[in-house]
Design a protein around this ligand. Structure first.
Ligand code: ZN
Length: 154
C-alpha cells in the first residue's frame, strides 16, 4: 500500500485487528520514509461458485446468505453474532474443502441444521423459503416432523 502523502511504496503495518463483522481486518500503517500514518481495511471474500438446484451457477454471496439468516432470526432469541460466526465457520469449511464449486444444497443443509439447533421458529421460516414449498401440506409436514422430534426428546 503506497503512502498517500509521499507515494512511497514501502509502508509497514504497525497494528492490525479484526473488526466487528469478523470478515474484515483493519490495519494501521506507517510510511517508512515520511512517517505518515494511515489506516487500511482488508475484506476477505470467498471466491466460490454456488450451483443452484436448476444447474445455474452464481458467485457465492455472503450478504445474501446473511440477509436470509437475519430474516429467519428476526425477533427471535438468536443474535446476529451467532449467525455471523456461523457464516464464518461455513466459509472456513468451504475453504478447507478446497472446492471451487459447491451445490447450494450443501450450504442450505448446513444452515438448516444450525437453525434447527438455535430456534425452531427461525428454522421453519428459513425452511419455508429454502425448500420453496409448493403447497401448504409440505409446510405442515415440516412442522409435524418437528413436533415428532420434540416428542421424542421431551
Ligand atoms: Zn510517506
Amino acid at each position: 500500500m503506497k503512502c498517500p502523502r509521499c507515494k512511497e511504496p514501502e509502508t509497514k503495518v504497525i497494528d492490525s485487528r479484526t473488526i466487528e463483522d469478523g470478515f474484515s481486518i483493519r490495519r494501521r500503517r506507517e510510511c517508512s520514509v515520511c512517517g505518515y500514518r494511515f489506516t487500511t481495511y482488508e475484506k476477505m471474500e470467498l471466491d466460490i461458485v454456488v450451483i443452484k438446484k436448476d444447474g445455474r451457477r452464481e458467485p457465492y454471496d455472503r450478504n445474501k446468505l446473511l440477509s436470509g439468516l437475519k430474516k429467519a432470526i428476526h425477533k427471535r432469541p438468536v443474535s446476529e453474532e451467532v449467525i455471523r460466526n456461523f457464516v464464518k465457520e461455513l466459509e472456513l469449511d468451504l475453504i478447507q474443502k478446497g472446492e471451487i464449486e459447491v451445490p447450494s444444497s450443501y450450504i442450505g443443509e448446513k444452515v438448516m441444521s444450525a437453525l434447527k439447533e438455535w430456534d425452531k421458529v427461525a428454522y421453519i421460516r428459513f425452511a419455508s423459503v429454502y425448500r420453496d414449498f409448493k403447497d401448504p401440506f409440505e409446510f405442515v409436514e415440516q412442522v409435524e416432523g418437528l413436533k415428532r422430534e420434540k416428542g421424542e426428546t421431551d
